[in-house]
Design a protein around this ligand. Sequence first.
Ligand code: GLU
Length: 597
Amino acid sequence: MKIIKYLSITILCLLTVSVKSSELSDQISPESFNTTSVETSKVDVKKSLTNKIAGHPVVGNKWMIVTANAYASIAGSEILRDGGTAADAMVAAQSVLGLVEPESSGLGGGGFLIWYDSETRQVITLDGRETAPSSSHMSQFQNNDGESMKFFEAVVGGLSVGTPGIPALMFEAHKKWGKKQWGQLFTYGISLSEDGFIVSSKLSSSIQRDLERLKTFKLTRNYFIPDNLPLKKGDIIKNQAYGNTLKKIASSGIDEFYSGSIAAEIIDTVKNAKNNQGYLDKKDLKNYRVIERKPICIDYKNYDICGMGPPSSGGVAVAQIFKILENFDLKSINNFDPIIWQIIGDTMQLVFADRGLYVADSDFVNVPVEALIDAKYLKKRASEINPGTRTENILPGEPIDNLAMNLASDTSIELPSTSHISIVDQYGNALSMTSSVENAFGSRLMTQNGFLLNNQLTDFSFQYEKNGKLIANRLEPGKRPRSSMSPTIVLKDNMPVLVIGSPGGSNIIGFVINAIIGFIEWDMNVQEIVSMPHAINKWGKYEIEDSIYASNLDQALTTMGYETKIRKYFSGLNAISIGKKLKGGSDPRREGIALGE
Ligand code: GLU
């Protein structure tokens, strides 16, 4: 029985996620890594790609890193091999991602990080989310009639730029948990910027999809579309300005970024953006702080699942979902049975209803976190679900009396970009970090320093009230926009067993929970959980990933009364399981690479 299940899962993973080996090896050519341990890296990358194509995890004994791009995984792996911690490796990898995958994350963006500390056995979370400038205001994404601006009108330009958090997040993580010298962590990124890197298939297709918007600003156009020719896969490009920025950060920390010449350039770019000036100011950068926050941890069966609290909605949502699901015996239902997807989908709907009403930056609004993840409250929510029958009239719950009546569900828009890094080091520390410039290429504003600025402020609700009721995720000066990023660490007996996260806007929550369910309930390995087809219901249509199983599931859910949609997904789950061996898995839908030893 178990063998049949295993075989069907493997076949499912291999057949359903549309990756051809030629496409994968096209993604990056291992031939051209200009690294100190070039031979090792070439072999490792080839092995990793072969495993990914075959649907097998990469196996290691000491350390493991999974990032969205081979160059970034190599940068981190060299640090890990050389005795660095997961925090050291993250700094190296993130600084390379900002160069080779600039559409997704970078120095001009923000992110959230979860750390498992092997010495103290504690989970710590760091919030490196962007902040709204002190002179921004809650109706800035509305036109004169109070109507919401069109999404891209708001995104492209200075108005959407929040104070970047990534440099401070890297610095703080290194200060807390780094072993290597700070300056050493940028060597690979600097040489890659100066010697050149190969444009990947994802970067090139992202440019193709966004040509008109990328042409809005001169610096951005000149970099991504030089001589009117969009960068294409296989081109080798240099970014000397970015290399210089890394050099400054390497030699003198992040002061240059937050209060020196780089800060001045950022402000100049935002304030002088053609047709769309923003509010970011000197004092916003100078006052920026990474915040250490209490992790959101819940127990689920023999496991503890820990995630990021507000301003991300990820940790609360993942926690709520598992506390509802623990009221059902998922193990006894086959994962191909549509009933399992009805239960998971309805659970997600209940949670998304709560999310829209209650979750935002808890430093600004009262987010009833404890009440939202309370087992009794969620048992009551679970009682609304009847296996085999579609749950009707889903509405936000009332974890606290009389709070709902003062709030209105929000209307923020999220579209996919973003990047996820999972790392385990030889000391047993684990790091899960999701990092983003928000939309692909963020605000499309590039500074003289070779990096793009985020558009994270459009993660706020464009309207601040509805029918006289305030929206929790309204824009306020200094506030951090609500996120869906869900970097997660799953523990058993106080030891980490799974490190996971993904890009994908509000679908991140669905990607992450489905993968964790596969790991805990269906005994799938780490490559299988990141490859398995998605089915997600965010309190709207039930969306099913296009795969050979889609039409069966679609038919069954339609018969139950759901409105459905078959679609493609662009998740980028990067995960590590920790057992006798370390196993790394990277989502075949993107270009990620697991490297381990
Ligand atoms: N800005 C989104 C968030 O913070 C992430 C965007 C994405 O994943 O594409 O949730």
